[in-house]
Design a protein around this ligand. Structure first.
Ligand code: CMC
Length: 429
């Protein structure tokens, strides 16, 4: 295999270096191209552009493979815990037994937020979307530590990593309580990470909270499955914001905003809304598959398709199996699960979806599990954010450690040529 690429523009030939990743993915290094040829590469939406080299997560979208630092997602979901995965992603390796205990203890010690943070919640309207509150609150958190947010100081980076992993569940649960008009439930540090989150969301403080172990382990698994997904929209946002040397809190806050969109993490909320619409429509599933095929309808099957996966999303595969088990364990039957299964069957048989390799993604089944746990629909994307937090932090840290230049794409300008300014009084109505 050649280790250079040759590009011909007109009569000129340019030689560009190529790069091969550890799993054989190949890239052409176009850095010298503009300097040497006057051309840039144009790739809106970054369909074919690598933004960095990364050691964190590997995806093979054709084969449906996902690994965090080399470890298959299936094995991590089955055998690991979310806090161990957070260590793996942010610290670079699986912890020794004592390192894991110390990590868990450190995170557990930092679960409280400053009491003044609570006043911030009161400024939001009662029906404020919890993603807006989460993004604002994470940014606000930086103000309590603003003298120790130097992205180039490893000790400060580490303590802020711990603080975020510890406090974001508290912030998220408080935003739910605020939206319900209920009293905040403080973190119970005697519980696991997932157990504590459940108690903060569903405990009232007026009576003992009975933790359901099946829910606790299901939630931990969901968090693991969402923990990283290489250069997706929100992670790229976190990396770009971080490249300006913005602090970790500000960078994560911007990632939360990027995740909120319905084409990204917001899809888990949109899936449930879509399944409910289908369930309540006597025209049935075929109508919606037809609408999704018709570009002019503006309708897409939410929870289907992925920029990278052109086969079944391995996370969706795990969640599809888990949904049945979890619902049975909780003694529930959700008619939306039947709608989802039938919709998947019809779509996967449909020529449009087959030709375009559109399969269910992680958001297709996760909402059904959140629903079974009693988590309100507008909290689904918050749950995604809680899972993705270690991935965002890991990428922010890696970008800073690599000393990457500030993210600053170029463009091809297509606006007007130079023209003289016309004072307002001389312009036509
Ligand atoms: N329903 C109907 N058609 C679709 C869908 C869908 N869900 N997804 C993609 N297509 C079509 C699309 O119209 C396009 O057709 P054509 O080639 O004729 O123009 C083709 O498939 C390729 O789609 P694309 O939009 O160019 O692909 P993309 O890589 O830019 O977008 C996506 C990926 C996830 C934004 C898109 O598949 C989508 O909008 N899906 C629904 C929203 C969703 O479930 N998002 C969650 C993604 S996974 C978790 C996460 O990232 O947060």
């Amino acid at each position: 295999m050649s280790d250079t690429a040759t590009l011909k523009i007109g009569n000129d030939t340019y030689t560009l270096p190529t790069i091969v990743g550890t799993e054989g993915e190949r890239a052409i290094d176009v850095k010298p191209l503009r300097r040497e040829s006057g051309h840039i590469t144009l790739d809106p939406g970054f369909l074919n552009t690598g933004s960095c080299r990364s050691e964190i997560t590997f995806i093979d979208g054709e084969r449906g493979v996902l690994r965090y630092r080399g470890y298959p997602i299936e094995q991590l979901a089955e055998q690991s815990s979310f806090l161990e995965v957070a260590y793996l992603l942010t610290q670079g390796a699986l912890p020794s037994p004592s390192a894991l205990t110390e990590w868990e203890q450190r995170i557990t010690r930092h679960t409280l937020v400053h009491e003044d943070m609570k006043r911030m919640y009161e400024a939001f309207p009662p029906n404020a979307h919890p993603m807006a509150i989460l993004s604002a609150a994470v940014s606000a958190l930086s103000t309590f530590y603003q003298d120790e947010v130097d992205p180039l100081d490893p000790d400060q980076v580490q303590i802020n990593t711990i603080r975020l992993l510890a406090k974001v569940p508290t912030i998220a649960a408080f935003s739910l309580k605020r939206s319900q008009g209920h009293r905040y439930t403080y973190p119970d540090n005697g519980l696991s990470y997932a157990g504590r989150l459940l108690k903060m969301m569903f405990g009232y403080g007026t009576e003992p909270y009975e933790l359901d172990e099946d829910q606790e382990s299901a939630l931990d698994k969901l968090l693991i499955l969402h923990a990283d997904h290489e250069q997706n929209c929100s992670t790229t946002t976190v990396r770009i914001v971080g490249s300006s040397k913005a602090n970790l809190y500000a960078s994560i806050s911007s990632g939360i905003s990027a995740l909120w969109g319905p084409l990204h993490g917001g899809a888990n909320q949109a899936v449930i809304e879509m399944l409910e619409t289908i369930q309540n429509d006597s025209d049935g599933i075929d109508k919606y598959v037809r609408l999704a095929r018709d570009k002019s309808s503006g309708f897409r099957l939410m929870g289907f398709g992925h920029r990278v996966y052109k086969s079944y999303d391995p996370r969706a595969k795990i969640l599809k199996g888990a949904a049945d088990k979890i619902l049975a364990g909780l003694g529930q039957k959700d008619p939306l699960l039947d709608v989802a299964r039938r919709l998947e069957e019809v779509a996967l048989e449909d020529s449009y979806f087959r030709e375009k390799n559109l399969y269910p993604n992680v958001d297709f089944y996760s909402g059904i599990i959140y629903r079974a746990m009693g988590i309100p629909v507008n909290m689904f994307t918050v749950m995604f954010a809680l899972g993705r937090l270690p991935g965002w932090i890991a990428h922010w840290r890696e970008g800073n450690e690599q000393g990457l230049p500030i993210g600053r794409p170029r463009q091809i300008y297509t606006g007007s040529g130079e023209r003289p300014y016309v004072p307002v009084g001389q312009r036509e109505e």
